[in-house]
Design a binder for this molecule. Structure first.
Ligand code: BTN
Length: 248
């Protein structure tokens, strides 16, 4: 089982940058850097990630190819780790809030965790980034533990500390990471689609010059989102930002 070594810093540019430096220095798997504030936090596709005090910002060093007894994951399997991280964040936070609140927490393909309140009030609770090579990865996780600058959070998380959220998420991740190393993403397909905010929705995603729209039809073993197009064909989408258009 992965064991963690957590360093907490007051302010950094980005915890991802700290972990990438540590990768270059040969730091072991399980190294975690958490920052109370980031001044250069970033998300996917070059977006900034505003990181004032009160949120949870951390990055985790993973070396999935270095596990004796497991075949090294193939390059096409690696992106599924960020989907697994989404499940871990969801499970970790669900442990800390009442069950009615937990029922509103969903993953959203590919790398987000949302809170979906009645009336289709969707809020981004967490964003996840994944960078690196097959030998060493930097998994970055930002959770809106407290409401910051318009980004809302789970109502009942207000009473929970950032450290408690970190501990619960890391614990959940340790278990799921073991399973992922042994069985890859196939082990999570049922759970991922069951708690997916896209289930039962019409979704669109930009693919180069083309906007592809269709009914969400699940996720495949390599982590691709499946859309049923208007002509009945199934299209597998491997990257992009999924936009919810309507209920299917
Ligand atoms: C996204 O939604 O686009 C991903 C956001 C990832 C944010 C986290 S916060 C901790 C780590 N450090 C960063 O600079 N980014 C990630």
């Amino acid at each position: 089982m992965i064991s963690y070594s957590v360093t907490v810093k007051d302010e950094v540019s980005s915890t991802n940058d700290c972990i990438k430096d540590l990768i270059a220095q040969g730091a072991p798997e399980g190294t975690v850097v958490r920052a109370r504030r980031q001044v250069g936090g970033y998300g996917r596709r070059g977006h900034g990630w505003t990181s004032p005090e009160g949120g949870l910002y951390f990055s985790l060093l993973l070396r999935p190819a270095d596990h004796a007894g497991h075949a090294p994951p193939s390059l096409c399997e690696l992106p599924t780790l960020s989907l697994v991280a989404g499940l871990a964040v969801r499970r970790g936070i669900c442990q800390l809030v009442p069950s009615e609140e937990a029922a509103c927490i969903k993953v959203k393909w590919p790398n987000d965790v949302l809170v979906v309140y009645p009336g289709d009030d969707l809020r981004k609770l967490c964003g996840i980034s994944l960078e690196g090579t097959s030998r060493a990865l930097c998994l970055g996780i930002g959770v809106n533990v407290a409401p910051v600058e318009g980004r809302a959070c789970v109502r009942d998380l207000a009473d929970v500390t950032v450290d408690e959220v970190l501990e619960s998420v890391l614990q959940a991740f340790a278990e799921l990471y073991e399973q992922w190393l042994a069985c890859s993403f196939a082990a999570f397909l049922e759970e991922y689609d069951r708690v997916n905010a896209l289930a039962g929705r019409v979704v669109s995603v930009q693919q180069g010059d083309e906007r592809v729209g269709g009914a969400f039809a699940g996720t495949d073993e390599t982590g691709r989102m499946l859309l049923r197009l208007a002509d009945g064909t199934l299209r597998a989408i491997s990257s992009g930002e999924a936009h919810i258009e309507s209920m299917a």
